[in-house]
Design a protein around this ligand. Structure first.
Ligand code: V1D
Ligand code: CA
Length: 515
C-alpha cells in the first residue's frame, strides 16, 4: 500500500497578523492564550551564525525582539483542547537504517528496539492516522549548530579499524564502555539527529502539530563529547531549530536518567525551560539533577529537576507529573514542547528501578498533548527492547488518538519476542519497593512549585506584549535565514521521491534480534 505523501508548502512569511493576544473567553484550564487568526506558515527571524553563538552568550537568547514579537499562533485543528476534541496532525519520522547499528554485544543500548517499535506501529495500522517520513541524515553543518568542529571531525573519522591511531583523542572525547566506537557510529548519529531535525521542521512549517522520532532523545551528549550512550544531542539541535521561530520552548524529560546535556546547553537562558524527572541519589548516572539545580543568570528558575527514589509507582508518578507540568505550562507558556519519552523509567527495565506501567508513562504524554501545543516527541533510554517497543507503539497511539487492542496483532513480525503474554500491557509495576514516601513527594512538589513563582513576570513570559517593530537583526541577516531555511527545505525535497512505502513484509526492516 502506498502511503499518503504530504505536499510541502514552504511559505516565506513575515506577516505578524497571527500575533498572540490575551483572549479571556477561553475557559479550558489547559488552554493557552491565543488569538483566533489562521495558522501561519513560516515566520523566519534568525540566522544560524547567531545561533551557534547562543550557547556562549546568554544575552543573545533574550534580546531578539523580533523573534519574541513574532510569536506564531498555533491553532489546533479542533476547537477543544484535551479529550477527544483535539485532533492534531501527527507525523512519524523514521529511517529504518537507524535500527541496524550495534553498540556491542554486551552493551545495553540496542537500536533494533526501533525496528520492533516500527513493526508494532505498522501492525496496528497506526500509519493510517499519521504522515510518515523517511528523513535524510543530518549534515555536518547541521550538527555543528551545537557541537564543536573538532568533536564532529573526530566522530566522522574514527572507526573500529583505525581507532588505535586516535589514542589521545579517545580520552579527550570520553570514548569507553558507555560510548564505544562501533561500525557506522557517525552514520547512526546523522540518522537519529536527521530524524529529529526533520520532525522539528515539520512543526516549524505547520505541517505537523505533533512530530514523533523514536530514534531520537539522546539527551546526555555534550557540545564537545559523548556521554551515556549519546554521541550527538538531537534534542539540543532541534530546540535550536525551533528557537528560530518559537519564543519559548519547554523540554520535558521522563527518562529514568537526568537530562543533563539538554539542561546544560540551555542553563543560561530563559527561552528554554527544562524539566527532568529522574532517579537521583548523587551517584546514579549522570550524578546530576538534584532539586536545587535551577539555572543560572537569565536562566535562573528555568531548569526544574524532580529527583526520585527507587520504586516509584504509577499513581504517585502521574500525580506528581501533572501537578508540576500543569503550572509549568500555564506559567511559562511555551509555544513548542519537546517531550523525551525514555522507556527506562518503566518497571522491569534492564537498567531501571522504577515501577511504571506502560499506561502510566503514556498518561504523562497524553497530559502534555492535552494542552494542544506543537510537540516534538522523542525516545531516549530503554533497555528491555520488547517493553520499549510496546511503550512507544502505545504512545504513538495516544498521539493519534487511537484505542489499541491489548492483544498484539497476529500479523506482527517477531511476535514470539512478546511471549508469554503477547500483550501490549504486561504488568511491569510491582517489582521494586517504593522508596518515595508521600511526605517526600509532597515536600518535593512544594519546593519545586515555589520555584515557579519566580517565573511570573520573567521577560520571556511577558514578551507577547513587545511590539513587532523592535528588532535587532538586519534585513540582510533575515534574508540569510530565509535562504538557509529554503536550502534545508530543498534538501528534503530531494528525499521526496524516497518516501515511505510500507508493506506488511518490509524486508528492508528486518534485522538481527539480540536481547
Ligand atoms: F551496563 C553497561 C554495560 C555495558 C556498557 C555500559 C553499561 C552501563 C550501564 N549504566 N553504563 C551505565 C551508565 N554509566 C555509568 C558509568 C560508570 N561510570 C563511571 C559512569 O554508570 C550510563 C547510563 C546511560 C543512560 C542513558 C539514557 O538511558 O539516559 C539514554 N537516554 O537516551 C539515550 C540513552
Ligand atoms: Ca529524566
Amino acid at each position: 500500500m502506498r502511503l499518503k505523501i504530504v505536499q510541502r508548502t514552504f511559505v516565506k512569511q513575515t506577516d505578524v497578523s497571527y500575533l498572540t493576544h490575551h483572549n479571556p473567553k477561553h475557559t479550558n484550564p489547559h488552554q493557552i492564550d491565543k488569538t483566533t487568526s489562521t495558522k501561519p506558515q513560516i515566520p523566519i527571524t534568525r540566522n544560524s551564525s547567531i545561533m551557534s553563538s547562543w550557547l556562549d552568550d546568554d544575552s543573545t537568547f533574550s534580546t531578539d525582539r523580533k523573534t519574541l514579537s513574532q510569536t506564531p499562533y498555533y491553532e489546533p485543528t479542533a476547537k477543544e483542547f484535551g479529550g477527544s476534541g483535539y485532533t492534531p496532525r501527527v507525523s512519524y519520522h523514521y529511517n529504518p537504517d537507524v535500527s541496524r547499528y550495534h553498540y556491542g554485544v554486551r552493551h545495553p543500548m540496542k537500536p533494533f528496539r526501533l525496528m520492533l517499535t516500527d513493526h508494532l506501529v505498522i501492525s496496528y495500522k497506526l500509519y493510517e492516522q499519521m504522515d510518515l517520513y523517511k528523513p535524510r541524515k543530518a549534515t555536518n553543518e547541521e550538527l555543528l549548530e551545537f557541537h564543536s568542529d573538532d568533536y564532529i571531525k573526530f566522530l566522522e573519522s574514527v572507526t573500529p579499524d583505525n581507532v588505535n591511531k586516535f589514542a589521545s583523542s579517545l580520552k579527550k572525547f570520553n570514548i569507553g564502555d558507555d560510548c564505544p566506537v562501533f561500525d557506522g557510529m557517525f552514520d547512526y548519529c546523522q540518522l537519529y539527529a536527521g530524524a529529529s531535525l526533520d520532525a522539528s521542521r515539520k512543526l516549524i512549517n505547520g505541517m505537523s502539530d505533533i512530530a514523533i522520532n523514536w530514534s531520537g532523545g539522546l539527551h546526555h551528549a555534550k557540545k564537545y563529547e559523548p556521554s551515556g550512550f549519546c554521541y550527538v544531542n538531537d534534542i539540543v539541535l532541534s530546540i535550536l531549530n525551533l528557537l528560530r521561530v518559537h519564543p519559548r520552548v519547554l523540554y520535558i524529560d521522563i527518562d529514568l536518567h537526568h537530562g543533563d546535556g539538554v539542561q546544560e546547553a540551555f542553563y543560561l537562558t530563559d527561552r528554554v525551560m527544562t524539566v527532568s524527572f529522574h532517579k537521583y541519589n548523587g551517584e546514579f548516572f549522570p550524578g546530576t539533577g538534584n532539586y536545587d539545580e535551577t539555572g543560572v543568570g537569565k536562566g535562573k528558575h528555568f531548569a526544574l529537576n524532580v529527583p526520585l527514589q527507587d520504586g516509584i509507582d504509577d499513581e504517585s508518578y502521574i500525580r506528581l507529573f501533572k501537578s508540576i507540568i500543569e503550572p509549568v505550562i500555564t506559567t511559562f507558556r511555551p509555544t513548542a514542547i519537546i517531550q523525551q519519552c525514555g522507556a527506562d523509567s518503566l518497571g522491569c527495565d534492564r537498567l531501571g528501578t522504577f515501577n511504571l506501567n506502560i499506561r502510566a508513562h503514556g498518561e504523562c504524554v497524553k497530559f502534555v498533548k492535552s494542552f494542544g501545543i506543537p510537540m516534538l516527541v522523542v525516545g531516549g533510554g530503554g533497555y528491555t527492547p520488547r517493553n520499549v517497543s510496546r511503550l512507544w507503539c502505545y504512545e504513538t497511539s495516544v498521539m493519534t488518538g487511537q484505542q489499541l487492542n491489548s492483544k498484539l496483532p497476529e500479523s506482527l513480525p517477531f511476535r514470539n519476542f512478546f511471549q508469554p503474554d503477547y500483550s501490549l500491557h504486561p504488568n511491569l509495576g510491582d517489582r521494586i519497593d517504593n522508596k518515595n514516601s508521600k511526605k517526600y513527594l509532597e515536600n518535593l512538589k512544594n519546593t519545586l512549585l515555589e520555584n515557579l513563582r519566580y517565573l511570573r513576570g520573567a521577560p520571556s513570559v511577558a514578551m507577547q506584549e513587545i511590539p513587532p517593530d523592535l528588532q535587532n537583526i538586519t534585513n540582510d541577516e533575515e534574508q540569510a535565514i530565509i535562504d538557509k531555511l529554503n536550502r534545508e527545505s530543498e534538501l528534503d525535497d530531494i528525499e521526496e521521491e524516497n518516501r515511505y512505502w510500507v508493506t506488511k513484509k518490509d524486508e528492508a526492516r528486518k534485522g538481527e534480534l539480540v536481547d
